[in-house]
Write a protein that binds this ligand. Sequence first.
Ligand code: DON
Length: 300
Amino acid sequence: MQQYLQDIADRCGGTAGEVASYIPELAAADPDRFALALATVDGHVYTVGDAEVRYSIQSISKPFTYALALADQGAEAVAEKVDVEPSGEAFNEISLAAQTGRPRNPMINAGAITAASLVRGATGEERFNRVLEWYGAFAGRDLDVDEGVYGSELGTAHRNRAIAHMLREYEILEGDPEETLAQYIRQCAIAVDTRDLALMAATLANGGVQPVTGERVLETGSVERVLSVMATCGMYDAAGDWISTVGMPAKSGVSGGIIAVLPGQVGVAVFSPRLDAHGNSARGVQLCERMSRDMEMHLM
Ligand code: DON
């Protein structure tokens, strides 16, 4: 396995794409960093490259916060606020369903901000602390925040701020939209490495039980729902292409990470900061396509 991962990393090189620049701190990322990690449901972790270099989790946070909202509120209450339909639009699209005002799914920013508001807690800080602990349970270690990324994004989040206020106007958000916005941006700035992400993905692959600690983090029913939304919406307006070629539930982030989940078997994480036009890691997508083909990981 180790040799195969090294080979595929060597074969799927390339310098296509651009590092995200709308968050100033991300623009400074080394575009050539690369890591690949694979964690099995019985707790073996294989890594290649800079698997212990940390970066902000960004949108890979979204399925995990959605999972916490489901655990806290139940599927029905969550569905009243955020739908599960693919939007076919970019991750930061300012769009809500016409009749209900609901965001179309929890993987685009509008839906993810909504999911963050559904985490139990009296204040944004209390909710955030629960989110931080929750991600740590998936990763199997305590995590913390990259304050530089947090400050940098909060200061320039005009688009997400507009989305949060629009959600408040439609009463999808009920509290102070600025508080929820800050909580969401802070969750995106939680620092992880590629090994952490592989273990977080492997916890989903393992039906909600963390493969190394043995802790049951999430109920099986919620795992199914989270994986379904990842499969249909996790790669945004490239979701159809991804599910056709790679065939696994997945989630990307603008810092350059991608996770993919093969239920009952493995969690995969890849990190390469250059992004394609959809905001997904260009080398990450290429590598996952190749790996899925080689190892027959396509679920369909
Ligand atoms: O809200 C944002 O725009 C960022 N914090 C996260 C976006 C993101 O990672 C999109 N994914 N590829």
